[in-house]
Design a protein around this ligand. Structure first.
Ligand SMILES: [Zn+2]
Ligand SMILES: [Zn+2]
Length: 390
């Protein structure tokens, strides 16, 4: 932890504070004025959603999962798209954003975490943007400073943001609504209202996702998984998973987890615009989940019982790792064999298929047994804890 006395005194960042407080007021007045004079149609709402998606996804897929965490690689047209529409979100340049964000991961919950929740919800949400404590430190981003697109964006951030975030939605309004009122409608809905929504969506990850929700994968820091926040933030709400496995391109790792950012990245991989999508192995995720549930129950146990339970936990995690590795291998073997089945006579392929499917079934059934054994272990620990607390 850094010495608090070494800190320079904090002062209000007038530009940032006026921007953050002024934009919601301007958006509110703008919406009132526009609705009274011109009404609201599907066109204004469509511009709002279109701009919300392009600027929001540029922050989550671009600034966050691509630039900050290198969870995959992306070709230059996509990087340029993120640079232009990320600027439209008015959250600083990618280089500055990622410098803060990488520090947040390196120093989570300490004095050096720029948006540490330990300093309160408001600080983590937007206070840290409005108060400048130390000189802007740009660090841990040498790799990004070597990307000409990001250097260009950093140099012209306000011009790019002004065009992509304000003028561009105005031009869309001019085309689809028509006239000066169409332009103003685009600026108000696609510019101002959208800007406030994207701001607070992102801010909620720094505040709400360190405050509400479950800690499924780790209790080492305050990050939490909040599926509700994921609905507002293109899937960023699974923040405990993200802090535990930060290089994974997914935040919601299950297929049913609401994480449009992972689908976006995956779809672009089919178009060859993204590649090298990084995924943590399934066994690693399940083991982290098991260890976390175990740690949450072990506090009150006496050391003799603890050793016994610990041994059983290790046994479960080792088996899960081996079985999931084996399952993956067998599935690949089956897929390959299926591809080459024409090389076998019909009966030989039928026999081979049955044997391979049986093996996969056997592994799945063993997995179920280990998961059951783990469930029983947690139940027993709960029971022991109840005995201790009576
Ligand atoms: Zn992150
Ligand atoms: Zn965080």
């Amino acid at each position: 932890m850094s010495d608090v006395s070494e800190k320079t005194e904090w002062k209000l960042d007038v530009l940032n504070a006026s921007f953050l407080c002024g934009t919601p007021i301007l958006a509110f007045i703008g919406v009132l004025w526009y609705s009274v004079n011109f009404g609201i149609s599907i066109s204004e709402i469509s511009i709002l959603f279109f701009m919300y998606i392009v600027s929001g996804i540029s922050i989550t897929a671009g600034y966050h999962r691509l630039f900050s965490h290198k969870s995959h690689s992306a070709s230059w047209p996509l990087r340029l798209f993120y640079a232009v529409f990320g600027a439209a979100a008015f959250q600083n340049s990618a280089i500055k954003w990622c410098s803060d964000h990488r520090r947040h991961h390196l120093k989570t919950d300490t004095d050096e975490d720029p948006y540490s929740i330990v300093r309160g919800f408001f600080w983590a949400h937007m206070g840290w943007v409005m108060i400048s404590e130390n000189e802007d430190k740009i660090e841990h981003v040498k790799d990004l400073q070597a990307d000409p697109i990001l250097v260009w964006q950093d140099k012209h951030i306000f011009k790019i943001g002004g065009f992509a975030g304000i003028i561009f939605p105005g031009l869309i309004g001019l085309v689809i609504i028509g006239g000066l009122n169409g332009f103003l409608g685009g600026v108000i809905w696609g510019g101002l209202v959208r800007l406030v929504m994207v701001h607070h969506g992102t801010f909620l990850i720094n505040s709400g996702a360190h405050y509400w929700g479950k800690q499924n994968y780790s209790t080492k820091n305050t990050s939490r998984d909040s599926p509700i926040l994921s609905l507002l933030t293109f899937g960023e709400g699974y923040h405990n998973f993200h802090h535990t496995f930060q290089t994974d391109y997914r935040n919601g790792h299950r297929w049913y987890h609401w994480d449009p950012t992972k689908w976006w990245i995956k779809i672009f991989s089919f178009l060859k615009l993204t590649k090298n999508l990084r995924k943590v192995p399934d066994w690693s995720i399940e083991n982290a989940k098991m260890k976390t549930s175990y740690e949450q129950k072990e506090n009150n146990l006496n050391s003799a019982r603890k050793n016994d339970f610990n041994e059983r936990l290790n046994n479960c995690t080792t088996q899960i790792r081996n079985l999931l590795k084996d399952l993956k291998k067998k599935r690949i073997e089956y897929k390959d064999a299926k591809k080459n089945r024409k090389m076998l006579v019909k009966e030989a392929w039928r026999q081979k298929k049955i044997t391979m499917k049986l093996k996969i079934k056997e592994i799945k059934s063993n997995l179920m047994s280990v998961r059951l054994e783990f469930k029983n272990l947690i139940k027993e620990m709960k029971h022991q804890n109840n005995l201790v607390s009576v």
